[in-house]
Design a protein around this ligand. Structure first.
Ligand SMILES: [Zn+2]
Length: 476
């Protein structure tokens, strides 16, 4: 066991970093801002990937791979896209010992290279839709980085779809937002708000950006996934037209959507505690750890008994048997708690004599002795209950820290003191949004769909007629 983890109340940022380093999820790289994902962290990402990949395929998508290097001229074809991304680009100017004729960009996202290919692949409505996803790394030169949440290079998936009509592309955008929401809630045990972004927060090159947003334990928001309705912007930039069913030529409609290794950071921040990582069971690389407790005189008997139970459990759960002689049981308990394994099974001579096992759940640390033959069924229920408990706890926390706010004084006070999610009326102007950001550091996280005629209060900033009731928060 390494040093003690900083408590959340002492220093939330340090607590987060301590967990990542001590649970060996990731490490700092020799290149500033980059991250080494260690096996324990990568195993969580692999679980996330496997589930999402299945969900994408179930909704009709296929995987492909496009190159890392993009000609600089491609990015310049879509004006907003290049404007938004240019401060974050890393550019290859030399290769093979020579100055390149055209600089190459290390992809920050792949719309441009993919649409340059869609131009070759799409001629008629018969070629549509295209529903491609790519698992890849991307690079954005970030000035302020934080392990998993914001790193210069990160792993993600990016879906890029092409459609005949606006309606289809918009339906796809919302379908994938729904997939992300379902994944967050059913696998990450993370309640999320889903909705549209304001103009100033949208993806560079999109017509509209939708996102899922979660509240972390420090009451800040974390954008956990985005889905963009791209309209015909990239089709026009890359001259991708198709022959419609009526014989006319029209630019293709598009969506793109992505989630990244940031989700691993979201998991840690949302559920973990001062004893270490707490993992939602469906994404935990190890669901159950079996720890035999013995002395020299009963070692063989206890190991045989515990080993038999482990054999049964491992047929049903992702299970580890920790019979390492180097460390004491107490040391192991602390260590496995720090690693976030949802259920610990302790088996000592007394348990053996009574035909029992001791089950300890990671989320509440409650202990319960059960008959060995019931262990499988009880563990199954425990895993389900841990998921439910983590979700409900996160939801209660978000609800307890969400306030409806009407006056600007209350609004600024809120972000100076308690903070959290503030629901407040907004006139829709960029000026009011910018003033809020400047004076409170809070931004509009999502704008739920609302009929403006139902809004009774004026804009929280300027008092004029409200157009929407967005959720404001400080964010990662
Ligand atoms: Zn206003």
């Amino acid at each position: 066991m390494a040093e003690k983890i900083t408590s959340r109340s002492d220093n939330y940022s340090q607590w987060y970093i301590d967990i990542i380093l001590q649970a060996k999820l990731a490490d700092y790289s020799p290149v500033k801002g980059c991250m080494v994902i260690r096996p324990r962290g990568y195993a969580i990402w692999e679980k996330i990937q496997a589930v999402l990949d299945g969900m994408f395929k179930d909704t009709g998508h296929v995987n492909a791979y496009f190159p890392l290097l993009i000609p600089e001229s491609f990015l310049k074809k879509e004006a907003e896209h290049i404007e938004g991304f240019s401060p974050e680009l890393a550019v290859v100017t030399h290769a093979g010992g020579e100055l390149l004729e055209e600089p190459l960009i290390l992809r920050p996202t792949s719309e441009t290279i993919i649409w340059s290919m869609y131009k070759r692949w799409i001629q008629s409505y018969r070629d549509l839709p295209i529903l491609i996803n790519q698992w890849a790394n991307v690079l954005r030169w970030e000035k302020r980085t934080r392990l998993f949440l914001r790193t210069t290079e990160f792993l993600w998936q990016e879906g890029h779809t092409a459609h005949e009509t606006k309606e289809e592309a918009l339906a796809e955008t919302l379908k994938m937002l729904g997939v992300y929401k379902q994944f967050a809630e059913e696998y990450m045990a993370l309640p999320v708000l889903a909705g549209i972004k304001s103009e100033s927060e949208k993806f560079a090159g999109a017509v509209d950006t939708y996102a899922i947003e979660a509240m972390m334990q420090d009451k800040k928001a974390l954008q956990a996934g985005t889905s963009h309705f791209l309209g015909q912007n990239f089709a026009k930039a890359f001259d991708v037209t198709f022959q419609t069913r009526n014989g006319s030529l029209e630019p293709v409609w598009a969506s793109s959507w992505g989630v990244s290794t940031r989700l691993v950071g979201a998991l840690i921040m949302a559920h973990s505690d001062d004893n270490g990582l707490v993992l939602p069971p469906r994404l935990a690389p190890t669901e159950v750890v079996v720890i035999p407790i013995y002395k020299n005189e009963n070692k063989t008997d206890v190991l045989n008994y515990a080993g038999g139970i482990h054999e049964k459990l491992k047929a049903r759960f992702r299970t580890v048997f920790d019979d390492d002689d180097q460390n004491s049981p107490g040391w192991k308990f602390t260590e496995w708690e720090m690693l976030g394994v949802p259920v610990r099974v302790e088996i000592g001579p007394k348990d053996m004599a009574n035909g029992n096992v001791m089950l300890v759940r990671r989320d509440t640390r409650e202990k319960k002795s059960v008959k060995a033959e019931q262990a499988e069924a009880v563990i199954q229920d425990l895993l389900t209950d841990i998921h439910r408990n983590l979700y409900n706890k996160a939801l209660k926390f978000r609800n307890d820290n969400t306030s409806d706010i009407a006056s600007y004084k209350d609004f600024t006070d809120f972000f100076e003191k308690d903070s959290g999610f503030a629901v407040a009326a907004w006139c829709g102007s960029r000026e009011c949004e910018a003033k809020v950001k400047e004076e409170t550091k809070a931004t509009i996280r999502i704008v739920p769909e609302t009929d403006p005629s139902t809004l009774t209060k004026g804009c929280v900033v300027c008092g004029s007629k409200a157009q929407a009731l967005p959720v404001f928060a400080k964010s990662y």
